[in-house]
Design a protein around this ligand. Structure first.
Ligand SMILES: Cc1cc2nc3c(=O)[nH]c(=O)nc-3n(C[C@H](O)[C@H](O)[C@H](O)COP(=O)(O)OP(=O)(O)OC[C@H]3O[C@@H](n4cnc5c(N)ncnc54)[C@H](O)[C@@H]3O)c2cc1C
Length: 454
């Protein structure tokens, strides 16, 4: 009997093989996965996941967990010898506790479904990212996703109170804690958050909910320099109590996406554009305050122009430029890099990085955008004559500059396979050795997502 036979015998028709396995299981959104796995298991309970892992562990069978497959680091890609556990059918909100302000949710639930359920109950689930329609709560936890509300509510890690995970040997660790304070020994949830499927399979989570804002004010601002941008950010943080987004776009990123969306906001494309968003906390005077705040920044010369969205449609048009979906279809072999640097250094870093990339690839599109308030910069790179080595050369150029600036090679997308060879640019040998020790302790046979992260 093979391991696949064992799995089929124990779990029945939730184990798919051969032509039953859909194409989507080949790769995450990095489109770097090449092979289909030898089996895909689609469980609907933690018990089935435990059975699958116990059998795989006993047989030394490698396992890759797949969530919504929107990851950008190759972490969910499985080779032909791996068994995939797909969480796509382990979905649903188990409970919303309005007194504790928590949601208990199954890992396969799409983020947007969880967000809507929270809103229907009068709460905000603050985890939010462009892939919300497809990414899953389990994937968000496994990658410690960032996104567009981090400035106000923190990264995914900051919005998780408890979780359940299944270890490589099939042990179910249920820590579905609902309390904010709980200092009873090691914080076990943190082993799994951000571990990209290498330490256990996340099966359920208790998420922290916040009061639903009464509405949102959105402005698109034009700025002349990165120094102005930092001064404006500081002022926004001091003066806008509901500040919930501060998203920056460098000139050529803004130009490309505004033109692609056929949108014209300013007479001239400014050197920098920023979307500022403020959650309304309930008082009608907040709109007047927001307008006065922007008027003052204009008078002081910190911003050069500002548009306040007058409707949801207008607000969405600002965001459509920032989300830049047009780039995916219009730029060949697009590479999206995701780095983190001290906020004050980002302007100089972008200039240096842009110059280095343009020198090596004179015909390439290089543009910058990002969640600057979270010290997070994204780089969009597209080379018309790209070949198989191009992404690695680009990584090498960018991450070497990141190392010099003492930044991080991954702000929010994780390490997966694509950044693994550069992990030592941001982590010391002692840190890496501790990671290996933790991996050996939780997964001694190395069956979980081998070759990923470390
Ligand atoms: C258009 C777009 C916009 C994006 N914007 C952002 C952004 O703003 N911020 C950001 O951080 N990311 C962003 N991403 C990246 C991606 O959406 C996130 O990393 C997301 O959290 C991945 O979730 P997923 O369910 O798709 O996971 P997958 O891609 O399926 O998996 C990601 C990793 O997590 C592991 N994993 C998945 N589920 C589990 C589980 N239940 N238990 C254990 N391990 C698991 C996988 O093995 C893999 O290593 C974006 C991606 C796209 C395509």
């Amino acid at each position: 009997m093979t391991i696949v036979d064992d799995l089929k015998q124990a779990l029945g028709d939730i184990v798919l093989t051969g032509t039953q396995i859909g194409e989507r299981h080949r790769s995450d959104a990095s489109l770097t996965g090449r092979e289909l796995p030898k089996a895909v298991i689609r469980p609907t309970s933690s018990g089935e996941i435990a059975t699958a892992l116990r059998l795989c562990n006993e047989n030394g069978q490698t396992v890759v967990v797949q969530g919504g497959l929107t990851g950008l680091a190759g972490g969910a890609n499985a080779g032909k010898d791996a068994v995939v556990i797909s969480l796509e059918r382990y979905t649903g909100i188990e409970e919303i506790d309005p007194q504790a302000g928590t949601m208990t949710v199954r890992a396969g639930t799409p983020l947007e479904v969880a967000q809507r359920a929270a809103e229907d109950a009068g709460f905000l689930l603050p985890i939010d990212l462009g892939a919300r329609g497809s990414c899953q709560i389990g994937g968000n936890l496994a990658t410690n996703a960032g996104g567009i509300r981090v400035l106000r509510y923190g990264v995914t890690r900051d919005n998780v109170l408890g979780l359940e995970a299944v270890l490589a040997d099939g042990t179910i660790i249920s820590s579905l804690n609902k309390m904010i304070k709980n200092n009873t020994g090691y914080d076990l949830r943190q082993f799994f958050i951000g571990s990209e499927g290498t330490l256990g399979v996340i099966t359920r989570a208790v998420l922290r909910l916040r009061p639903l804002p009464a509405g949102r004010l959105t402005a698109l601002c034009a700025l002349e320099s990165y120094d102005d941008l930092v001064a404006f950010l500081t002022r926004c943080q001091r003066r806008l109590p509901g500040l919930s987004a501060f998203e920056a776009m460098w000139e050529n990123y803004f130009r490309f996406n505004a033109e692609a969306e056929k949108l014209k906001f300013f007479d001239e494309i400014p050197p920098f554009a920023v979307i500022v968003e403020q959650d309304l906390l309930g008082d009608a005077s907040e709109r007047d305050g927001f307008e006065a705040f922007l008027g003052e920044a204009l008078e002081d010369g910190i911003i050069a122009d500002a548009l306040i969205a007058q409707s949801e449609k207008e607000s969405r048009s600002f965001w459509s430029v920032r989300e830049g979906h047009a780039m995916d279809s219009q730029l060949p072999a697009l590479v999206n890099l995701d780095v983190s640097l001290p906020i004050g250094d980002i302007g100089r870093f972008a200039a240096e990085c842009g110059a280095a990339l343009s020198q090596r690839f004179p015909a390439a599109h290089v543009s910058f955008f990002g969640h600057v308030a979270d010290s997070n910069l994204h780089i969009a790179f597209s080379e018309p004559d790209s070949d198989a080595d191009t992404p690695h050369i680009v990584d090498g150029i960018v991450y070497e500059i990141v190392r010099r600036y003492k930044g991080s090679i991954s702000a929010e997308h994780g390490i997966g396979t694509l950044k693994r060879d550069f992990l030592d640019h941001s982590r010391s040998p002692a840190e890496l050795e501790l990671m290996h020790r933790i991996k050996r302790a939780l997964d001694p046979n190395g069956i979980l997502n081998p070759g990923k992260v470390i």
